[in-house]
Design a protein around this ligand. Structure first.
Ligand code: ZN
Ligand code: ZN
Length: 380
């Protein structure tokens, strides 16, 4: 419901700071300053509704003195009769003020509501108050949630700490105490093997097939009724919202409307949901023979220090199957000795062979260890 009423406004004296002067009062009771067009009217908790008798004395916005700027109450007089209460000047005198009516104090401007105690007339029906008590366990749940976050955070922090040791490169000065190399060659043979799968590769022979379960699928067998909670908004009351505009004479026009207030409610609805059954899915499985390259043996040659790295001699045996040899693989390792936390450590590291070749046994060198890999930084 819309409601309109004329209420009393107030103003604060900008000259001396005296507060809460009733709007229609033209002069500050403390310093006698006359309010002017800069005066800010406001609504306060004691902005009462004016009676029809009181309203009769207001005939429009105040007029502003052409000479001193003071706001004078409007009495419905013609301009020739207007005499400023502050400076005692007629508004149409010999000072070239002209016959035009003076300006009015601005009206229709929204005013502020001062002091926090001012309240809208908002009243909730009792059932809404009961409704709002329905979420007591929320705080506790939040507490538990943050507890978990804290724990996960700690575990993650610990994991990062452990991982850090591996991720950060380490520079180690060490003495080379041994050097070893190997060259290995893998020999392969094309032999028939028995394999199986859901599809048949090219080159397969001696094929047998059978039906086997390859997985499952969901088949709808019907529906069933289920109870579900459905949320909806219900109006549980109204809230009065008011705005006030200045009338330019120390009073204000307050317009209030009732706006609806809603609450979330729940109702139970019945819903049809599908029901599924799990069924096996069958497919064709193949067992077959296929010729595939397989490791027969690995021939290894090894040596130390600067002995020339040569691949091992490969002897092809007396085999009915075709054979092939893979490219030789060189592996170079150094045995090292270094100081770590007042202790002598000895380790064996694998190095790229071109770096191995730059070293000599008994030599000191700087190595970089990172993610389990070793690289030669410099020799001394
Ligand atoms: Zn004052
Ligand atoms: Zn004046």
């Amino acid at each position: 419901m819309a409601r309109q009423e004329i209420i009393l406004l107030f103003w604060d004296c900008p000259e001396c700071g005296h507060a809460h002067i009733p709007g229609p009062t033209q002069r500050c009771p403390n310093c006698f300053w006359w309010r002017d067009r800069e005066t800010n009217f406001y609504e306060a908790p004691d902005s009462r509704v004016l009676s029809p008798e009181e309203l009769e004395q207001f005939q429009g916005p105040d007029w502003i003195c052409k000479v001193c700027g003071a706001a004078n109450p409007e009495r419905g007089e013609p301009v020739a009769n207007l005499l400023c209460g502050n400076c005692q000047q007629w508004q149409t005198n010999s000072l070239d003020l002209g016959d035009a009516a003076p300006d009015d104090l601005a009206a229709g401007i929204a005013v502020a509501k001062k002091h926090g105690e001012w309240q809208d007339g908002f009243h909730l029906p009792p059932e809404t108050a009961a409704n709002s008590k329905r979420q007591p366990s929320r705080a506790k749940a939040d507490c538990r949630k943050y507890g978990w976050f804290a724990l996960i955070g700690l575990v993650a922090f610990g994991a990062v700490g452990v991982g850090w040791g591996l991720l950060v490169p380490r520079i180690i000065e060490a003495e080379v105490i041994a050097r070893n190399w190997t060259v290995s060659i893998e020999i392969q043979e094309l032999r028939p093997v028995r394999e199986g799968g859901w599809s048949l590769p090219t080159g397969a022979y001696n094929v047998t097939s059978s039906q086997r379960q390859s997985g499952t699928r969901e088949v709808q067998t019907g529906t069933q009724t289920q109870q579900v909670e459905v949320a909806y908004e219900e109006q549980v009351g109204t809230q009065e919202e008011c705005t006030t505009v200045s009338r330019g004479d120390g009073t204000g026009e307050r317009s209030c409307t009732d706006v609806p207030v809603y609450a979330t409610r729940y109702r139970t609805e019945t819903k049809e949901v599908p029901v599924y059954r799990t069924e096996p899915v069958y497919d064709t499985w193949y067992d077959y023979t296929i010729d595939a390259w397989q490791r027969l043996q690995v021939a290894v040659a090894s040596g130390t220090d600067d002995q020339p790295r040569r691949p091992p001699a490969v002897s092809r045996g007396n085999s009915p199957y075709p054979q092939q040899t893979l490219a030789p693989v060189e592996t170079c390792q150094v045995g090292v000795r270094y100081q770590r936390r007042q202790q002598v450590e000895t380790q064996t590291w694998t190095l790229p062979c071109d770096q191995y070749d730059q070293l000599a046994t008994g030599q000191a060198a700087t190595f970089k260890r990172h993610l389990g890999q070793t690289a030669l930084q410099s020799t001394e």
